[in-house]
Design a protein around this ligand. Sequence first.
Ligand SMILES: [Zn+2]
Ligand SMILES: [Zn+2]
Length: 249
Amino acid sequence: MGRAFPFTSERIAELVEEERLKHSSQTLEMLLSIEGRDYVNNHGKNVKLSNLVGKTVGLYFSAQPCPPCVKFTAKLASVYANLREKNENFEVVFVSMDKNIDDYLQCFDSMPWLALPYDEEFSRALARYFDVQEIPTLVIIGPDGKTVTKEGRNLINLHSELAFPFTELQLRLLQEKQNEEAKAYPSSFDHVGHHHVLNLVSEKSGGGPYMCCECNEQGLGWAYQCLGCGYEIHLKCGREGEEESAGKK
Ligand SMILES: [Zn+2]
Ligand SMILES: [Zn+2]
């Protein structure tokens, strides 16, 4: 019988409060250590969890075979390499959702970062703690050990390494930068890849999260849109028709 039985409103409120306290006192070491195991794996070597304290750490819930995971692992690896090159205090720890250790090893082999040792039960408990609904998921833990965001995957897809350190402030700065850049684009134009005129939209004027029909990557906020067709592309993915651009020269 679960601890919540019977599901009185008092008991539920109690559990919610327990959960809140657990998250507010959260530290990286508390999250990742178990029964004296205080390290993660670096392709054969152990790395003490204490070495990760003070860094921004992405907990990467992933597995194979999973095509979206393969795609995102490649994207994350390039962002990881760029951030490390710039000496940013960023680390990633693979939390395996694999069903067996062979899949885990093969999956980890494709990753340039660290991993929790294979421990299905522990990984699933961690996924439950963060309410991970799908893989891949990238949960970002800040230098103080608190959760910054569970939207690491979307943020990396949208902004690549510019998303770092994934804070509200950084996202607001990116937003302002995009608003500034959008001023240089015409309010409508003939895109070579679509048979209707496209309109410049922002999040406030009918835009929103979308998949770019040109490059198949995620977009958010500013876009060129044909509302009738549900056709949307990144500003940078718009290409003017041959005649038009030739005429302007
Ligand atoms: Zn695009
Ligand atoms: Zn159209």
